[in-house]
Structures are given as structure tokens and as C-alpha cells.
Design a protein around this ligand. Sequence first.
Ligand SMILES: *Cc1c(COP(=O)(O)O)cnc(C)c1O
Length: 400
Amino acid sequence: MPSPTIFLDSAARIDTANPQRSALIDLGAISGNVETLRGIAGTAKLMAVLKADGYGHGLVPAARAALRGGADYLGTAVLEEAFALRAAGVDAPIFTWLNAPGSNYLRAIEEDIDLAAYDCAQLEEICHAARQAGRPARVHLKIDTGMWRGGASAEDWPRLCGAARRALDAGLIEATGIWSHLAAADEPENPSTSMQLAAFRAALAVARDLGITPRLRHIANSAATLSNPEAHFDLVRPGISVYGINPLPPEYRTSRMDLRPAMTLRAAVAHVKAAPAGAAVSYGGTERAAAATQLAIIPLGYADGVMRSASSKGPVQIGAGRYRVIGRVCMDQFMVQVGSDAVVPGQQALLFGPGTDGEPHLDQWAQAADTIPYEILTRIGTRVPRIYLESIPAPDVSGT
Ligand SMILES: *Cc1c(COP(=O)(O)O)cnc(C)c1O
């Protein structure tokens, strides 16, 4: 394994020399995944989505790794995330799409951050900031093509385009993009995607007739980037796949989609002890040992992002053995039943990773916890230091 460098966001309380819990982050995997996705996206540009602390991998290191892999754009949900990237010296184009009234649009314009406009009131607020800044804002108009999340409805769309046309003529905005978001691209047979794409094309035609012809038309998340070239337009916006997780059902995955999970979650076994058959393990005694067994205590709990819903189910690799959680996951720890195997305190227990040491895949944890990989990655707690493995030249994370 390449030698690790340690980067900590907030937790001075962590013993960095000897972390008992860690999320190893393979930045080379992130760069490689972006390269793979660029190949799949063809001529479309690529925006690497970095919201929620780079899906739990660390905002700035993930951004640098994505840029090294050839990302053209970076995407964040909220402005605070974009400001943090700029503060760290990241000068690539950034698009931010989820901002309520009162957001600091002036600073966004001054820091060259592209903004989404969902309705005329938001566009007006952005224009007001552009007047103050003395320079145009780069705006991506959002059409809701059927997800019923943010964006102008088809009914309100012509009004938003008309307002954008006037702002354009007044020199207050650049109409950089028109975009939307897909609700069910991870279900390739779901007819809603083709209906959303048709609605998107109709909205583009309406905009064109009103004099809005942006250079970036974009709608594809990871699932659409991987499976639906019709959705690529000028730019794709993959998130989860940048981190090596394929959101498509297994039967739709192909060898072209050569993604490598970037995160390995692990902890040192804290304690090993013998328990008799029938021992009621953990809170509530919800599960009993079926036979006399050794129990290994793993110091990761739901405070660290090990979902309580994975109680009695989540898989764990220790050495050559594959085990599972027995009883309930606690706040800081859980138990696994290791039988008579030679598991010893201090040994690394691997929860998920790329599979190179026999460890489970995040998909298995998502299934065990009855959730999606996104939720697990974005809930790994601050008590788990992210340790960056450099299989590529070290990123400059000094600004953070
Ligand atoms: C999260 C998000 C993405 C990325 O979605 P993935 O499924 O992680 O690829 C793209 N666009 C928007 C607007 C998002 O909110």
C-alpha cells in the first residue's frame, strides 16, 4: 500500500499518529473514476459533484483529485461549500444550485461561482447582487422536468426565460446554462426518464425562441451518465460514481463502468472475549449467540455512521474471515461473532472498501441497513479521520 498522509478537518482530539478508526481515501481512485466517466461522457464536459464534504471523502482533497482526473467543473449544493473550495485556493469553475433568499450572491459573483435560478424572484435577487458587484452573474436556469423538486414548472418557464432575457440585455447575467435533474435514472426501465428528457428538450426550445441559448445544457447524474447517452447534452454531473459507487442495478453494470470505491472504512478490534451459547448480545438482547463463540468488539457505532438499521446484518472482514454484526449497533461500537477464529485485539476490521483485502462492498452495507450507499458515505462521523492514500502526486491541501 502507498504511504498514507493524514488530513483532518476538525478533530484535534483524534490521535493522528495512531487512529483507531479511519476512513482511508484513495485519491487516485477518485481521479481514475473521473477519467473513466469522462470516457463514457464522450464530448460532454464533466462536473464532479462535491456536495456534503465530497460525499464524506473530504471536500478539498476530493476536488483536487477530481480536477486531476480531468473534471471541467465542480458542483456543490450550497454556497458555503463553494466558498470553502475558493478559500482553499481551488480556482476551477464551480456551480452551486441550492440557495434560499438572503444567500450571499454578491460574494458568489465576486468569487466567480455560477448560480442557479429557479424562479423570477431568485433571478431578481441575483441581478441585484450583480449590480452591486458591477459585473454579470453566471446563471444556470433550472427547469423542473417532472421531479417536483426545485426549478420552474413548465407553466412558469417562459416567464423565467423572459426575465433572463431582460437581465441578459441589461448586462446583469450571462446565461451560462439551462439544467434539470432526473428522478429515476437509476431505474433504466423507468419511463419517467424519457418523459423528463422530452420535457427538457421542449424547455430548451422555449428558451431558444426567447433568445436564451446557453452553452451548457445539463441534466445527467451518475446513473444517466453511465447508462443514457441521450441525457449527456453539453455537461454531465456525476456524484456518487466519482467516488467509485455505481448507482445502477447490478444487471445494468458493464465492464466499461470500471469504477473503484475510494473509501475504506475500518477500525482496530478493541476487545475479544468468549461468550456461551445463548448469550444475549448488545442493547435489548435482540440476538443471542447460537453457539459458544468469541465476540469481537469493533469501536465504530452509529455516531460514526454505522447505521443502526444494519443491526444483526452488516458484514465485516477481519483477516481472512467474513463475519456480521450480532445484536444492535450501539453509539460507539458493535459486536461480531467470530466463532473460534484467531481474531485478536488490534487487528483491523474492514467494513467496506474496494475489495482488495476481501472486504465487503458498500452496496452490501446499504442493503443490510435498508438504505442507499449515498446515505452511508455522507454520514461517516467526525470521529473517523479521513486518511489520504496517495497513489498519485500529493495534492496541495495546505490551505485547509
Ligand atoms: C447530487 C446531485 C447530483 C449527483 O448525483 P449522483 O446520483 O450522486 O451522481 C447531480 N446533480 C444534482 C443537482 C444533485 O443534487
